[in-house]
Design a protein around this ligand. Structure first.
Ligand code: AMP
Ligand code: ZN
Length: 488
């Protein structure tokens, strides 16, 4: 397939031409949410970024199998976490079954992503639905000599692995530094090496989410779920593995080690990581307590928010930054994004009202289109694409003001260009004018009342109608074909 897509690969730390393993089917695995609580806006940024990537690959003509898991097994937060699992804690708190917690927050996650207009993945496997696959993988790793069991818990033997493989291949960290920064083994530790991590964990009597295994009753470690599910649905080697940047150093590093130890091959050809959404410079996270819930953002019901913003304005805000740059949240940045989004949607609304001419004087659409493709082919550069779209906004506004002209066939090309880049690729939709059919009827009544006032030389009333509409963001424009309206 002909294409010029270049992607940044975390594994090689370079931009590379995208060449999928099987040209007819791109396999993409993205680490999904842990569903013991609501997703915050930071999590959503990662999923919106991969939605952009998914959409663009589809647009280029690739068939994509997009697998995004649901982390619902009650494993512990980190490898050194000795506490209760988060699902059991939440279940006690909300007086629900752990699986009711899973269901509740999975539904919430889907609802939120639907509001952000993300496409559903092709497969959405759950960790609890794939316990046997995880056990099989742990068995294979033990058989290949890279894991050991102590008292019902199985550890990955990093010390052995590093003798043959580059354990820090993904982040290029120095192994000595890593060891220095890792807690020394205490007297009670069962692990042989400081960097060893659990593949399977013996369940304490109070641990609710538990399964039988060859090593007794227990539950899987976090990292093994993604290795087992990506292997099951995408094979030992697939094209893209993604997630937030925070996952690279531990979760993804350990996934690579597990897959190498089990399959003798590295799981993904391209590793892609999204950067963090920050609030006043610090990462938005569940544990830091600085995470807005999308619902709070839409209603404005949060102490840090001056008002609410529509899901599409927020999606636009996210897409205005490149997925590998940090994006800092602020009311001012959201205000600016909302204005930009409205400007874009208002211009698109005008397309239906543009008069066609015998010739076009607006420039060359194919040059603009080329620049938009160049932006997206350069590692999905949505901010540059959006800057190009604002050029198109200027053109549409000039066409509407009759300062430029366009033929019927160029207008139809312009409309399909907008369909591709704004709706299909950026995944935006016009939530501002969702009620426009009804709105137009109402506006026609108001316009008629203003015309009547003008006819009666009641200019105080006619001006007041125009000014008051202006104040609520509706612009009236008198033209030779009558009065037109649009949202500002
Ligand atoms: P979690 O539910 O915490 O496992 O996170 C789900 C996904 O969201 C992972 O891919 C994380 O890397 C990502 N993520 C978490 N916090 C942020 C953030 N502040 N900005 C962007 N992505 C994030
Ligand atoms: Zn994962």
């Amino acid at each position: 397939m002909e294409h010029n897509l270049i992607v940044y690969n975390t594994l090689t730390r370079k931009k590379e031409k995208f060449e999928p393993i099987h040209p007819n089917l791109v396999g993409m695995y993205v680490c999904g949410p842990t569903v013991y609580s609501d997703v915050h806006l930071g999590n959503c940024r990662t999923f919106v970024s991969f939605d952009l990537i998914f959409r663009y690959l589809i647009h280029l003509g690739f068939k994509v199998r997009y697998v995004r898991n649901i982390t619902d097994a009650g494993h512990l937060e980190g490898d050194n976490d000795e506490g209760d699992d988060k699902f059991a804690k939440k279940a006690k708190l909300e007086q629900l079954e752990p699986m009711e917690i899973v269901q509740k927050y999975t539904i919430g996650f889907h609802d939120v992503l639907r509001l952000f207009n993300t496409l559903p993945p092709s497969i959405e496997p759950t960790a609890t639905g794939h316990i046997s696959e995880q056990i099989e993988m742990v068995q294979a790793i033990i058989k290949n000599g890279y894991a050991y069991e102590v008292n019902g818990t199985v550890y990955f033997d990093v010390e052995k692995y590093v003798k043959e493989y580059n354990y820090t291949i993904l982040t290029n960290r120095n192994l000595e530094d890593l060891l220095t920064n890792t807690r020394e083994l205490g007297g009670q530790d069962e692990k042989r090496g400081r960097l060893d991590f659990a593949l399977w964990i013996k369940a304490k009597p109070e641990h609710i989410m538990r399964w039988p295994s060859p090593w007794g009753i227990g539950f899987p470690g976090w990292h093994i779920e993604c290795s087992a599910m990506s292997k099951k649905y995408l094979g030992d080697q697939f094209d893209i593995h993604g997630g937030g940047m925070d996952l690279a150093a531990t979760h993804h590093t350990n996934e690579i080690a597990q897959s190498e130890a089990c399959n003798h091959s590295t799981p993904a050809k391209y590793w892609m990581h999204t950067n963090m959404l920050t609030v006043n410079g610090s990462r938005m996270s569940k544990s830091a307590g600085n995470g807005f819930l999308p619902g709070e953002l839409f209603t404005g019901n949060h102490p840090l928010l001056q008002r609410g913003y529509s899901p599409m304005a927020v999606r636009f805000f996210m897409l205005q930054a490149h997925y590998r740059s940090t994006l800092d949240f602020s009311n001012e940045a959201l205000d600016a994004a909302e204005k930009g989004f409205k400007r874009l949607m208002t211009a698109i609304g005008l397309l239906e009202k543009i008069q066609v001419s015998e010739s076009s004087s607006f420039g060359n659409l194919s040059e603009i289109k080329d620049r938009c493709y160049q932006a997206m082919n350069d590692d999905f550069n949505s901010p540059v694409l959006i800057a190009e779209l604002f050029e198109v906004v200027r053109i549409i506004n000039s066409l509407f003001d009759n300062k430029l002209t366009i033929t019927a066939s160029d207008l139809s090309d312009l409309k399909s260009f907008i369909q591709s880049f704004v709706y299909d690729i950026l995944g935006l939709k016009d939530d501002q004018l969702a009620d426009s059919d009804n709105m137009d009827d109402l506006m026609q009544i108001i316009i008629q009342m203003r015309n009547d006032a003008k006819k009666n030389k009641d200019f105080v009333t006619s001006d007041r109608i125009r000014e008051q509409l202006n104040a609520v963001g509706i612009l009236l424009k008198d033209s030779k074909d009558g009065t037109l309206w649009n949202k500002i």
